[in-house]
Design a protein around this ligand. Structure first.
Ligand SMILES: N[C@@H](CCC(=O)N[C@@H](CS)C(=O)NCC(=O)O)C(=O)O
Length: 213
């Protein structure tokens, strides 16, 4: 495919958005950046619901056609732009990496998302306690998988989709004061990743609207 016209609807502190920004940076794909401010509830504006009826970021416009859901976006990017691969060739290893990604994408991120904590309580401390609890619990299987598979990156010496899911989640864990000394491998990969150009370019502090990131 020729380089398409891409527009990313995202929020600077959204972990799902960071996954996609990072993949776009790794694959060298330029895009128009359109911030959706979640704190101002812009995700619920009618104009954005026409783009993503789920009222969530990220959403990627590809030559005017919209793709939502970070996993679908990443899989499409991977299949369409194989440069800087995010998945290995071996089917078993691919499945293991997808399983690890799902632990984060299904097991941790949704239950700690803004709309869940917001429904649970209006009290910032109670919301933080909820998020901390589910991250504390959710990082246990992630760290167990890392003990089995990690090298420099989550799966050995080759950077993969697994790292795209892990690092933004560790960033969120820090926001909610999760004790990451319990998860040293996850923390080490986080620190290592932030020193890479693509991760840093996609990181929250480099996005429009970032505040004290
Ligand atoms: N499964 C979706 C989850 C998207 C999601 O939860 N996005 C969050 C930010 S990380 C969001 O838009 N939250 C605002 C809301 O749910 O109202 C994906 O992977 O793209």
């Amino acid at each position: 495919m020729d380089t398409p016209t891409l527009e990313l609807f995202h929020y600077w502190r959204s972990s799902c958005s960071w996954r996609v920004r990072w993949a776009l940076a790794l694959k060298g794909l330029p895009y128009k950046s359109t911030p959706i401010n979640l704190l101002k509830k812009e995700q619920s504006d009618l104009s954005f619901l026409k783009i993503n009826p789920s009222g969530q970021v990220p959403a990627l416009s590809v030559n005017g056609k919209i793709l939502s859901e970070s996993i679908a976006i990443l899989e499409w990017l991977e299949e369409t732009f194989p440069i800087s691969p995010l998945l290995p060739k071996d089917p078993w290893l691919r499945a293991e990496i997808r399983s690890y990604c799902a632990m984060i994408a299904s097991g941790i991120q949704p239950v700690t998302n803004l709309r869940i904590t917001g429904y649970y309580s209006n009290d910032p401390e109670k919301k933080a306690e909820w998020a901390r609890h589910f991250m504390d619990e959710g990082f246990i299987p992630v760290e167990t998988m890392l003990r089995k598979n990690a090298g420099t990156w989550s799966f050995g010496e080759t950077f993969s989709m697994a790292d795209l899911f892990l690092v933004p989640q560790v960033y969120n864990a820090h926001r909610f004061a999760v004790d990451m000394s319990r998860f040293p491998l996850a923390q080490a990969i986080y620190e290592r990743s932030l020193k890479t150009a693509a991760c840093d370019q996609a990181a929250p502090h480099n996005q429009p609207g970032a505040v004290n990131a």
